[in-house]
Design a binder for this molecule. Sequence first.
Ligand code: LMR
Length: 392
Amino acid sequence: MLEALNPQPQDKILQLIQMYKDDPRDNKIDLGVGVYKDATGLTPVMRAVKAAEKKLWETEKTKTYTGLAGEPAYNVAMVKMILGDGYADRAASVATPGGTGAIRQALELIKLASPTATVWLSNPTWPNHPSIIKYLGMNMAEYRYFDAATRGIDFAGLIEDLGRVKAGDAVLLHGCCHNPTGANLNADQWAEVAKLLLAKGAIPFVDLAYQGFGDGLEADAASTRLIAETFPEVLIAASCSKNFGIYRERTGILIALGEASRRAITQGNLNFLNRQNYSFPPDHGARLVTMILEDDTLRADWKAELEEVRLNMLTLRQSLADELRRATNSDRFDFVATHRGMFSRLGLTEAQVNILREQHGIYMVGDSRINIAGLNAKTVPILAKAIAQLAA
Ligand code: LMR
């Protein structure tokens, strides 16, 4: 049987991790996978997470199964963090293994409810989105998003393409901190998109993997909240990997908002999908998140550290934009300072990305997406100089 298997394409982002590890150069710079790193290159365990783990070790009496949907307190705390109050009667939810697990379960739910629905993706998007959709054999379409010339949003193109969405199609929207571009809709544009999609009868499917990494924990939820208020049905796939720094604990949630009268059936279907795919979702990360969100002191400390992380990335953005301005003697890269989240797509060619890797040991995704958090005060000028040499 196994001889029938064909090689699978490598994940372009994960492949970079190995290439970076295998590179013997001391001065190599990793701007690949979306993992936060401090100035020393460490992805730290957040203070509140450490404190919650200690408390959990002291107080946890059993590791027996939780519920199929996860521990109910986690789902309540997460719905509140993402949407605020007032969704108890409309929100069905399940804990999932990370944000990817939530995306996978959301797509399976769409497939279960509406097998011929088309899922619309921004062009570009996180490569795993189309990959999973293709694997599930679902219909997929793209809407324009990124203006390669300005590195901003191609809003006219986006509106034109979303004008072709059919009733019942799902439209995947990055709730904040667009991956891979770093370019985000402003509040007016979100309102216009919501109005158009509502008129079309579309189901918004929000991927919220970076809440707290853009403009702040509350500000980054604003567009998701607008969508939740506007639409009768919404899917939200959220991740705690980045904002709680618990990547390997695989902690995410899928929230399905719908008619209150249908909530129990939706919940039953979410539970069913968990059971089919992995039975009970991982608990450790979810439990830590719940402990942090429910405890005033831990929550305040977590928010403070998350804010430090966010401001650190903003400082790096500004200094990279400044250095690039100096090094290229142009404003071509000013967009780096206005982008938000971990990523910016620089607009370099794949050949230029290869030169940066081969000649300078600078690793970024082939589409020239950089992880801002991979930089520090020492490497910002090195990157700027290497890019300026390309442009020359
Ligand atoms: C990324 O885009 O780098 C992250 O979301 C990590 C991943 O799994 O690809």
